[in-house]
Design a protein around this ligand. Structure first.
Ligand code: ADP
Ligand code: MG
Length: 229
């Protein structure tokens, strides 16, 4: 109950509604994709252009849903002591195929002993998915994403995620996390908004440093003491 309360504290009505809708869209989406695939195999080649449009639009819906996924399961919210190292490794495994496809190498360094953190593991995973996905997407020609986990004092964990993409101009930095702010043709502008909300819920902070033409680093700081959230 306490966890439900904390959640409604930080998520506004619109966010809750969007999350609920996202959840409801997932099942029919799976059916649609399956039947489109069956159909494609059984009709003439003349229609292949239509099928490409249908599939690309379905993928678009799916990426919007993916960015909301965790918020779409409020009943699964469960804060406890968790290993951020493990959550980060799981996330990287999840994104491995996309990284390989883009010729991106993901490296993880743990600097010193990292204690477990009082957090909601699926939400943390969602944050890492969204930030790592952006890092991969910003290097279409390949490159490296370096993630470092390091304690900053006894009760603060610092996670840095650094890419070699084209960077973010100074005047655009403050727009990050704004709902629907995107510079991508097919972006959603939801990933960072969701991530910032989650980090806020964990009493953490996000800072971004970027150099145009060189790359971007996201710094996430989380309280590391027991039951501090
Ligand atoms: P989306 O990825 O769908 O555009 P996000 O909320 O994930 O939405 O990101 C919003 C915007 O922030 C992106 O469109 C991009 O302009 C900028 N951005 C986020 N991460 C990076 C990054 N690592 N390098 C450069 N720009 C970034
Ligand atoms: Mg994104």
């Amino acid at each position: 109950l306490e966890e439900r309360l904390r959640k409604s504290d930080t998520l506004n009505v619109v966010g809750e509604l969007a999350a609920g809708i996202a959840h409801e869209i997932r099942n029919p989406m799976t059916a649609l994709k399956g039947f489109i695939q069956l159909l494609e195999g059984s009709v003439k080649d003349d229609f292949s252009m239509y099928f490409n449009v249908i599939k690309s639009e379905l993928n678009r819906i799916e990426s919007i849903i993916t960015e909301f996924l965790v918020l779409a399961k409020p009943q699964a919210i469960h804060f406890e002591q968790n290993s951020i190292v493990k959550i980060m490794k799981d996330t990287m495994e999840l994104l491995n195929a996309q990284a390989i496809f883009s010729n991106v190498q993901m490296e993880l360094i743990t600097d010193g002993e990292i204690p477990s953190i009082y957090c909601e593991p699926n939400q943390m995973k969602q944050v890492f998915i969204n930030i790592l996905k952006n890092a991969i997407e910003v290097m279409p020609g390949g490159g490296k994403v370096l993630t470092i986990l390091k304690m900053k004092g006894p009760d603060s964990l610092c996670i840095s995620i650094k890419d070699e993409g084209n960077g973010i101009p100074e005047d655009k930095l403050k727009r990050l996390g704004e709902p629907f702010y995107t510079t991508k043709d097919r972006g959603t502008g939801l990933g960072l908004m969701v991530s910032y909300k989650i980090i806020e819920e964990h009493r953490g902070k996000v800072k971004v440093e970027s150099q145009v033409g060189k790359g971007t680093t996201f710094y996430i700081t989380l309280p590391a003491g027991t039951n501090e959230v």
